[in-house]
Design a protein around this ligand. Sequence first.
Ligand code: CTP
Length: 210
Amino acid sequence: MHILITAGPTREYLDDVRYLSNASSGRMGYALAAAAIDRGHTVTLISGPVSISAPAGCHVIAVESTQQMYEACVERFADCDGVIGTAAVCDYTIKNRIAGKISKTGQSLTLELVETIDVLAELGRQKGTRWIVGFALESQDARYNAVRKLYQKNCDAIVLNSPQVISSEETSVDLIDQSESVIEHWSGSKTTVARLLMSWIDEHLPGRIR
Ligand code: CTP
């Protein structure tokens, strides 16, 4: 199969030097890219800024903002059998980005933020016969929110994890499918969990009917 993977954080600039982002390391997405390549798949990895190297053999597209990630995904999705959305996408952008550098004035500063596009939800709308595996990062009502996102984003399955794993080497996840139940629980290094998830995908999610 040809698999599209989103990984890492995105950044939304307030001015020319400051941005909103998060601590995503990209490890989960990169581990999945490696596991998919090991299983003989073709991988396009659309990655926000991270400090780790991509596995040999995958096609990497580096992006910075959520809008850039969205455009890169839409362009590549047409050629893919499925997508795995591991990216910790920045959900807000500044309404009016300031040119240059914001200078201090001695006063408080109020920034108006607006929501960015939901990359996976948009791919979900365009999905057709392709499959979608999302990730859900939840701190409360975890299972309920993960199932809600599974439907919102038109996913075949969603991997539920918690904020503690965001920049860690290890992870602990529940896999939920459209039955709305936890069908697998895996924990260990992100490499181990990535291999288990790719094996599950190979077994349960077919290549695209072209
Ligand atoms: N996602 C995305 N584009 C966004 C936000 C999220 O593609 N703008 C994807 C993530 O890569 C992940 C899934 O959607 O696969 C769920 O992300 P998560 O951060 O858990 O949830 P959000 O949709 O951002 O919702 P909320 O922040 O309200 O929990």
